[in-house]
Design a protein around this ligand. Structure first.
Ligand code: MRU
Length: 344
């Protein structure tokens, strides 16, 4: 089953509502851009590659919902919807990338009907490409893992964060597929628990050995020699840093301290070579996400929070970046030079 896809029969977007996992497996079906934008903001659909697909379909939905408008008004409406979608999550570059790719295609057409048809085709192409590229990332990354190993991962960079297979978990799946004996330690990933809810859910479903650990146990387990490699995903990679779920940086620092390889697995579309770490907005999430859990109050009223959704890891701490085009290694001169040379 795909995390996100187009339902051709009822002409709507359908995606798994990740806020309800693991307790309930429910899908959202929508033709509304506003509903989709709200779902992205609430993390019903999340993870950089899945956001790229969602953004692309969001533009197709916008074209569909403005079919009755005349050409100039149609164009303005779709551009406005695209801006609304882009603003939902500022850090994951794939969202903007997917929106812009489909928007550009749609706006080349002369009629709303042709724009919708072109937008839908392009969004479906992004979906199909994601499946293929995750398998390539997996195959490249599998070669880096020892025959028997324990991998630490953070957040969820699996099938649920993509269309299927996954990036970091794609590496694990591909390694298992070629006969390697891989088990996973999944950091719970406070405050929204993508690790304990989603990573554990999808690895268990695939019969891949997984244990959930508190985020704060990672350093201790590294020191005990219980972790052979760290593999995480990315929301954006600039020439100087990897942006990923808050907590990733502390794993990179600890892995460096304990001589454990730290790998980042991400599609090439996650590279943002035109900007620097300092140019990028780190999404700040609500107080409620920290202060309340399962309806239970965790903090006194009135105490403010700092709740960044992502952190940045300098590339000097990243052993290799596993992309769909091959493996990039420190000092990552290809990134600084905007070149596409990679090791395969
Ligand atoms: O806030 P989220 O759940 O969207 O954060 C997701 C992550 O940080 C993932 O690690 C990243 O998007 C890579 S997913 C292949």
């Amino acid at each position: 089953m795909r995390t996100i896809t187009w339902n051709t029969g009822s002409q709507c977007l359908t995606y798994i509502d990740q806020t309800r996992l693991p307790a309930e497996q429910v899908s959202v079906e929508t033709r509304s851009v506003t509903r989709l934008a709200d779902g992205i903001q609430r993390l019903e659909v999340r993870g950089a590659p899945a956001l790229g697909v969602a953004g692309g379909y969001g533009v197709a939905l916008s074209c569909l919902s403005h079919q009755e408008e005349m050409a100039p008004a149609f164009r303005e409406s779709v551009i406005r919807d695209a801006a609304h979608l882009r603003a939902t999550r500022p850090t994951a570059i794939n969202l903007t990338w997917g929106i812009d790719r489909v928007l550009q295609t749609a706006l080349q057409e002369n009629t709303p009907a042709a724009a919708y048809a072109a937008a839908l085709r392009e969004a479906q192409a992004i979906e199909e490409e994601d499946v293929a590229l995750c398998h390539r990332i997996g195959e490249f990354g599998a070669k880096l893992l020892p025959d028997t190993c324990t991998v630490l991962t953070h957040c969820n960079a699996g099938a649920l964060a993509c269309v299927e297979w996954g990036t970091a978990l794609g590496v694990v799946r591909s390694a298992v597929k070629v006969g390697k004996n891989v088990s996973v330690l999944s950091c719970e990933t406070r405050p929204l628990n993508q690790g304990s809810r989603l990573t554990a859910f999808e690895l268990q479903a695939d019969d891949i050995p997984v244990k959930t650990i508190p985020d704060s146990a990672a350093a201790h387990l590294m020191r005990k020699g219980m972790i052979d490699a760290v593999v995480v995903g990315a929301d954006r990679i600039t020439p100087d840093a990897v942006f990923n779920k808050i907590g990733t940086y502390m794993h990179a620092v600890c892995a460096d301290r304990h001589n454990i390889p730290f790998y980042v697995a991400a599609p090439y579309s996650t590279l943002d070579l035109s900007q620097k770490e300092s140019d990028i907005t780190i999404e700040e999430r609500s107080r409620e996400e920290l202060a309340v859990c399962g309806g239970k109050q965790l903090m006194p009223d009135g105490v403010p929070v700092v709740n960044p959704a992502f952190d940045t890891t300098p590339l000097s701490l990243v052993t290799a970046i596993i992309t769909d085009k091959g493996i990039l290694r420190y000092p990552y001169t290809e990134l600084a030079e905007h070149d596409e040379r990679v090791e395969t």
